[in-house]
Design a protein around this ligand. Structure first.
Ligand code: G3H
Ligand code: 13P
Ligand code: ZN
Length: 330
């Protein structure tokens, strides 16, 4: 089936009370590792590319890598999503490329650092919604800001989402999914100790406006064993903690439907490549160490598909025509 819009996949996740991982990709091995995990676990999957990924892949490559994933996995619903779009222009570019979902992160200005006002966020998000829905493309918005600036997205200040504002925001913009700030942040260095997330925000939004899929960014668990492999083979990462899987499962029970993961894939690949080259100092065929990295992404993502409850749900999504897709937004 062709790439599918995110709204339908997340609507099915609401009905089935499970979460769908959105995995950041920049190259073929990541996509292949993720798709092998999706195919083996029969999971719908969201493949997302950041603006950095679009630049790195020179855009066309990401489009055709996603097309290859579709051709190779005809019965797995695959969403191609723009992560942290910063303007209507960027979202238009992604839609032009064939993305079936875009995020407009109107919580920050175009510099992706300075927080916006509520009204500014509503204005840009609504513009993107009006544009994207004409093409059958889904839109994710964000209200509140995450901590963490090391990957260049974020103000460094945490501003948790106000549930009353979230309801107003959803009604005024018509977004198909909303990212909440509940205390997570991007990158590997999230917490020094086991975190307490503001889980009640999820319940409050769901109570006030049920039926809207909620999104959690900064959801990598930063597994200790991956940090240990990296450090054992010459890396130097500091002691850190991510979001425990138990907290993610709790968030899914309460109404989180899209779970954004980038860092864990990066850690898995880095660990595998370091280990391979450390153990095989004579190796110089990139297929050997990129192959090991692909295997590590597969293992990591497969575990998440099982833990998020996505496994076994590939059949929930029924293929649609463009006209049918447009109608889902009315
Ligand atoms: O939200 C940020 C994602 O982890 C993407 O990171 O901009 O370095 O590709 P990136
Ligand atoms: P992590 O850095 O926790 O993987 O979060 C990724 C993310 O939220 C991408 O939008
Ligand atoms: Zn994010």
């Amino acid at each position: 089936m062709p790439l599918v819009p995110m709204k339908k996949v997340l609507d099915e996740a609401i009905k089935g009370n499970y979460g769908v991982g959105a995995y950041n990709v920049n190259n073929m091995e990541q996509i292949q590792g993720i798709m092998r995990a999706a195919s083996e676990t029969r999971s719908p999957v969201i493949i997302q590319a950041s603006r950095g990924a679009l630049k790195y892949t020179n855009m066309a490559y990401i489009k055709y890598l996603a097309a290859a994933a579709v051709e190779d996995n005809p019965d797995i619903p695959i969403v191609l999503h723009l992560d942290h779009g910063n303007s209507l222009e960027t979202c238009k570019e992604a839609i032009e490329l064939g993305f079936t979902s875009v995020m407009i992160d109107g919580s920050l200005k175009e510099d992706s650092k300075t927080p916006t006002t509520f009204e500014e966020n509503v204005r840009v998000t609504k513009e993107v919604v009006d544009y994207a829905h004409e093409f059958g493309v889904s839109v994710e918005g964000e209200l509140g800001t995450l901590g963490g600036i090391e990957d260049g997205v974020g103000s460094g200040k945490v501003m948790l989402t106000d549930p009353d504002e979230a309801v107003k925001f959803i009604k005024r913009t018509g977004v198909d999914a909303l990212a909440l700030a509940i205390g997570t942040s991007h990158g590997a260095y999230k917490f020094k100790a086991k975190p307490t997330l503001a889980m009640d925000i999820i319940n409050k939004v769901v109570e006030k406006i049920p039926g809207v899929p909620l999104v959690m960014h900064g959801s990598s668990s930063v597994p200790q064993e991956l940090i240990e492999i990296i450090n054992k083979y010459g890396g130097r990462l500091e002691k850190t903690m991510g979001v425990p899987m138990e907290s993610i499962k709790e968030a899914i029970k309460r109404g989180i439907r899209k779970i954004n993961v980038d860092t864990d894939g990066r850690l898995a690949m880095t660990g595998a490549i370091r280990k391979y080259l450390g153990e095989n100092p004579g190796a110089f065929d990139p297929r050997t160490y990129f192959g090991a990295a692909r295997e590590a992404v597969y293992q990591t993502v497969k575990g998440k598909m099982i833990d998020f409850g996505t496994a076994g749900h590939a059949g929930d999504y029924k293929p649609m025509t463009l006209e049918e897709m447009k109608r889902i937004y009315k």
